[in-house]
Design a protein around this ligand. Sequence first.
Ligand code: HOZ
Length: 428
Amino acid sequence: MNAPARSQSLFAEALRHIPGGVNSPVRAFRAVGGQPFFVQKASGARVWDVDGNELIDYVGTWGPAILGHAHPRIVKAVQETALLGTSFGIPNPLEVRMAQWICRAVPSVTKVRMCNSGTEATMSAIRLARGFTRRDKIIKFDGCYHGHVDSLLVKAGSGALTFGSPDSAGVPAAFSQLTVVLPFNDPEALKAAFAANPGEIAAVIVEPVPANAGLYLPKPGYLELLRSLTAENGTVLILDEVMTGFRLGLAGAQGRFGITPDLSCFGKIIGGGLPVGAFGGRADIMDCLAPVGPVYQAGTLSGNPLAMAAGLAALEELESVDGYRQLEERGAQLEAGMRKAAAAAGIPVEFKRIGSMWCGYFTDQPVHNLADAMRSNRERFAKFFHGMLAQGVYLAPSQFEAGFISLAHTPEEIDATVAAASRVLKTL
Ligand code: HOZ
């Protein structure tokens, strides 16, 4: 590895002008120590830093880069679209195509509204559910992260968890009092919450596969229970598929687990690496949105032609190359290799994977929820992270984030990753 001289000098300058030197907290590397590197360019499964170091990347810009970086089809679509104008603030044909695409791929979505980030999507879905039900309270799960929405930054995952502020300053107590927080994968807690708040819960919002406290899976029957309890109680079930949507299949986690939510939130992949978000679902709920109904939601850049063109290119490519089958194979290859490497090194690792999302917790105990994830050895993770970086493999700089495999990760790159992990694990 080259010495990170240019990254260090950029970070010093960034610290003078940007809080913490970063535009999103987890990028600051505080969960693992050290300083972030600055990226010069990215292509396929690799990123190059400004000091000329080449890394195999499992962050994939936190999920959107499912085809790999700078995929030619996406680059071409963005270039051609940009020549026609970068933003109109008035309807354009690409947003109609995107809406058609989402509604066709995700059967629970009859109508969809585009916005500019996953945070906007969850914020708007919550407001919509409250407007539709005329109720105020919502249920979320500890360790689930739904963006930096006031009422959802309660016991939140991702950067909020990493920095020990799962309950953010600046959120009025009155807001968080309307948010009931439950442990994930705990049926009795869910039943008790509905019993304690009869006719009061507007919405349950959940990541069907929580991926912001590492990665853990719903136990069999848990999502089904969520569906039946919300239906019985007239509560809107919101699946936050910002990470899992178009990642675990064209119909996301809901397709994989056979759950039909009332509303879903999307982002990441549907923007092909450009800023995007979307929320959609039942027509009777969606039609409560302005200009049809009384729930207000808007955005200057919503349905932005560049984001729509990039997203459509990504979705069309995924479908045309049978992308999910390939992603499953590469995920299985990585999982088998990592499990073998950990066993050979005698290091207990609870390895989690679904499709192309994965995470390894340094623990010998099962992980089904946030409390389990918190018992993993984070110091060991930090050593592993830096060891892998030195070997040319970039993982998310926190135990509480998921890894992403792209179609650009070749079997050889996955083998190289496993070989690097074997070397690093032996040093822990
Ligand atoms: N909250 C994102 C990960 N779950 C991180 C976003 C970023 O730092 O870009």
